[in-house]
Design a protein around this ligand. Structure first.
Ligand code: 5GP
Ligand code: MN
Length: 342
């Protein structure tokens, strides 16, 4: 099955023929799909004799550091001068795993001024108009699935070696919550089957990715669930809030709260969860849902955010207390939707 438009593959082929210096840019606060997809693409393009760097907006958690190809990463916030030089010298740019130019943070201020061709590979709804070639498909469980399809459609399937296969699998594994959601298309498993044929060690990748808690992180999870989770059965909703002081108490490092928002979804009657975290002078919010409730619309309308229907994010510039009040006050308006969600 070919899900990538032949014309777009033709344009991409032409771009790859004519250009050699490539920058790949994932979204800010990169997750497993952003890093896995970017590094898989980077390793593939290196095999085509391209000079490739992955310009990551900011640092990412330790559990993503085992993914092959890390030597290609430049962290924009840490190496602004090098990153900007690379971006200005690039003759081709790939945007990976986001649908709105602002999602790559300060990098967008530079790249939006550059007149080089840009290619977007993404699976979020409503891709913006900021790339010359847009490869976007919301039916893909992860952007990595589309990276696989692109390599395949370019006729280079045999170039997918073990490190590329591991990077793609890491991305698919994390973006589907270990195949617990957003992964009911047979194509996903055909691709995973193909990656297994390249020799990936599925169990080791799972363990390298998920069994990476520090003692403090595990205690923070325990505290978050037992002391800070608010369960509102009348709205089939549960949420957790963590202040800066609480995070510091558990020696928080970025990535420590990754996945916390999913835990309350395991409560039998809960269909909507949220995690509110005090971070960099604002409240960063993660939303998750089961079934039909569209968290990206909720987030877009009330918390200046977006994402997928079942997994999205947003932010608030109110205090934590005011933010939680605002959130709780919105729930009655969504009661019917929440109760009828599954
Ligand atoms: P997370 O909760 O893990 O930070 O993000 C979940 C999903 O929502 C990801 O697909 C991410 O790209 C998207 N997302 C997170 N925060 C924002 C935001 O502030 N704006 C938009 N548009 N999407 C977001
Ligand atoms: Mn993704």
């Amino acid at each position: 099955m070919k899900r990538i438009d032949t014309e777009k593959i033709g344009s991409l082929k032409q771009l790859l023929k004519n250009n050699r210096k490539i920058s790949i840019i994932p979204h800010i606060n990169p997750d497993g799909d952003a890093i896995g997809s970017s590094l898989a693409l980077a390793q593939y393009l290196t095999k085509l004799n391209k000079s490739v760097k992955v310009i990551v907006p900011n640092d990412y958690p330790d559990y993503l550091h085992w993914i092959p190809g890390q030597e290609k990463v430049v962290v924009f916030f840490k190496q602004k001068y090098t990153a900007e030089e690379l971006l200005r010298n690039a003759d081709l740019i790939f945007y990976v795993d986001f649908n709105d130019e602002h999602r790559c943070g300060e990098i967008a201020k530079i790249t939006s001024q550059l007149s080089v061709p840009k290619v977007l590979i993404d699976h979020h709804p409503n891709p913006g108009d900021f790339a010359s070639v847009v490869i976007s498909d919301t039916s893909a469980c992860a952007t990595a699935e589309l990276v696989y399809e692109v390599i395949d459609a370019l006729g280079d399937n045999e170039l997918i070696d073990l490190p590329i296969a591991e990077s793609l699998f890491a991305a698919i594994l994390t973006d589907t919550g270990s195949f617990s959601y957003n992964s009911s298309q047979p194509r996903t498993f055909e691709i995973v089957g193909d990656l297994l044929k390249r020799g990936i060690d599925k169990d080791r990748i799972y363990s390298d990715t998920f069994d990476k808690y520090s003692g403090n992180r595990m205690k923070l999870l325990g505290y978050a669930l037992s002391e800070k989770m608010v369960h509102l059965p009348e709205y089939r909703t549960a949420f957790i809030s963590l202040t800066k002081e609480e995070l510091e108490r558990y020696h928080f490092v970025p990535g420590d709260t990754e996945g916390f928002v999913n835990n309350p979804l395991a409560i039998n009657d809960v269909v909507f969860t949220a995690l509110f975290m005090e971070k960099d002078g604002r409240i960063k919010i993660s939303f998750r849902s089961k079934g039909k409730f569209a968290t990206n619309l909720f987030s877009g309308h009330h918390f200046n955010g977006g994402g997928h229907a079942n997994a999205s994010g947003g932010e608030s510039h109110l205090t934590m207390e005011e933010t939680l009040k605002k959130f709780e006050a919105l729930l009655p308006d969504y009661k019917e939707e929440l109760l009828g969600s599954m």
